[in-house]
Ligand binder design. Structure first.
Ligand code: F0G
Length: 525
């Protein structure tokens, strides 16, 4: 094949501590064997999350210096509005904004014209000065956008402010991320997950990098059958791109289009959980027929043309360390169905996060997200990013370790039933958690179980249990890992695989019934 050259070089370096296995073992005991509570500074490679863990580019650091910390309508607010228009509506290329952010500064003619923009109909306010129908909400991170959206929708349904909506309403998704599902459930929604079947089906390994079945897709037929059987109950379809519940697998444009048509037929809004929109766009570009000649910017624009609104954590494909947004079409069917929701959302936003133009973020962080959103849609960046995850998976496979294939966008997932082959482990032995503990203790590598423990196998019905895969996730932070990190990790996993019979099972000693228990429960190998 063709060689793709490196897309970037490192200009800042952080040294790591040398720590012994005994030292890590002592601290593991102190934190009740909860990997979320293990100090990052004692690790060599941290694959806990790709969220907020990105190394920023020099352009982002430069933009940070242009942060404006004004209380009312800081500069970053206008930049962010404009960026969202560029990326999600206009399909503009990266060059467009850099011209403004880096060369056109606060005192320039370029920004003067931006400030004097007036009306607009889309995901961002009907003009930045508009107060009457707000539809763009800055928040500190993705889950705050989820809380705002679901709690406000729910209160309007309960009050009878939404025509025809039932009191135990349901949301359909291709896969809810854990906080997303928890936020919707706390707000009173029933969750219905319809992932296209076949997530763990064998994939011909020689086709990795050549083909993709978009295993993250919504099972549209199953979703429609559910809606037909429960008329009027489903109030929203939420598609997560990429599908973090389904091992970071992408969603195809065809699936997005079909889902939009279904939502339209049923007269309910279609939203994205858009955290990793650029990675998803890259998969469409590489693997979906008809998109090879389209730019990432054009693909993103088309994806977002099918939806009514979205939540996004800027900690992923915003390449930023903090930030989130909820927005919806100013004059779309969501805004019409939930008439007046913008002002209610704004009231909650101000109560929890502050004035609408910063929403719990510093002006500096807004600028890094603004710049990051353009950086992340560059094809050279995405090639390198998705390529690194793919090569990580291929190295594991070459060493006889089963990996969910093809690998998805932001993480590599080990297939733990295959990993423990011949060991006779039951789902509620939580042996995969035991594996993550050994990995921290012996090698200083942190990965997270995404299986029976994290998805609460022991609390689910037999029907729900069938849908829970047994995986361990290695989320790859953006711009952070070198080939050296990956090789060290592959060797460590192989070593543990060789002595898999000795990996301990794990019991939950405290906090079994807490929501999102993986963050706070106590364990014992
Ligand atoms: N939606 C998806 C698909 C996510 O992956 C996440 C976070 C969120 C929403 C919530 O965003 O963290 O900014 O509040 N995922 C991280 C992860 C934590 O490790 O996968 P947040």
């Amino acid at each position: 094949g063709t060689l793709s050259p490196p897309s970037h070089s490192a200009v800042v370096v952080r040294s790591l501590l040398a720590v012994t296995s005994e030292e890590r073992e002592r601290i593991l005991k102190d934190v009740e064997y909860n990997i979320f509570a293990f100090p990052a500074g004692l690790l060599t490679c941290d694959y806990l999350s790709d969220s907020g863990t990105s190394a920023m580019t020099d352009v982002q650091w430069a933009a940070l210096m242009r942060g404006d910390e004004s209380y009312g309508r800081n500069w970053g607010y206008y930049c962010l509005l404009d960026t969202f228009r560029d990326i999600f509506e206009r399909g503009n290329s990266p060059q467009y904004a850099f011209q403004g952010i880096i060369t056109g500064m606060i005192d320039s003619e370029y920004y003067r014209t931006k400030l004097l923009v007036s009306s607009h109909d889309g995901f961002v306010n009907g003009g930045p000065h508009q107060l009457e129908r707000p539809n763009f909400f800055i928040v500190p991170q993705g889950r705050c956008a989820e809380t705002l959206l679901f709690s406000t929708m729910s209160s309007m349904i309960t009050e009878g402010a939404v025509e025809g909506a039932k009191v135990k309403p349901a949301i359909i998704s291709n896969g809810f991320f854990d906080t997303t599902g928890a936020n919707a459930a706390v707000a009173g929604f029933e969750l219905q997950t319809f992932t296209q079947p076949g997530l763990s089906d064998a994939f011909p390994l020689h086709l990795i990098g050549k083909k993709n079945f978009f295993k993250g897709n919504l099972d549209v037929a199953a979703a429609e059958a559910y809606m037909d059987a429960h008329p009027g109950q489903v109030v929203m379809i939420l598609t997560t791109i990429t599908n973090n519940w389904a091992a970071a697998q992408p969603v195809s444009m065809a699936n997005i289009r079909t889902t939009a048509a279904l939502a339209k037929r049923k007269d309910i809004p279609f939203f994205f959980d858009a955290c990793r929109f650029a990675e998803n766009a890259f998969f469409i570009h590489e693997y979906e027929e008809g998109y090879a000649d389209k730019s990432i910017a054009e693909i993103v624009q088309e994806m977002f043309s099918y939806i009514e609104g979205f939540t996004i954590s800027l900690k992923k494909d915003g390449l930023s360390n903090m930030g989130g947004v909820l927005c919806f079409k100013d004059k779309g069917m969501f805004a019409q169905t939930y008439e007046g929701i913008g002002l209610r959302l704004k009231e909650r936003q101000i109560l929890c996060y502050g004035n609408d133009s910063y929403g719990g973020m510093s002006g500096r962080d807004l600028m890094t997200a603004v710049t990051g959103l353009y950086e992340v849609t560059k094809k050279t960046y995405l090639q390198n990013r998705i390529g690194q995850v793919q090569s990580f998976a291929q190295k594991l496979l070459a060493n006889g370790i089963a990996v969910l294939s093809p690998p998805g966008g932001h993480a590599v997932y080990l297939e733990m039933d295959e990993f423990f082959v011949g060991c006779d482990r039951k789902p509620d032995d939580f042996a995969s958690v035991g594996f993550t503990l050994e990995l921290i203790k012996d090698f200083g590598i942190r990965a997270a179980e995404a299986g029976p423990f994290g998805w609460e196998w022991d609390k689910k019905s037999p029907e729900e249990r069938k849908k829970i895969p047994n995986l361990v996730r290695f989320a790859v932070p953006r711009h952070v890992m070198s080939e050296e990190h990956i090789d060290y990790t592959v060797a460590a996993i192989k070593d543990l695989h060789d002595r898999r019979h000795k990996i301990p099972n794990v019991v939950i000693t405290r906090g079994k019934d807490m929501r999102l228990r993986h963050f706070s429960s106590g364990l014992q190998p």
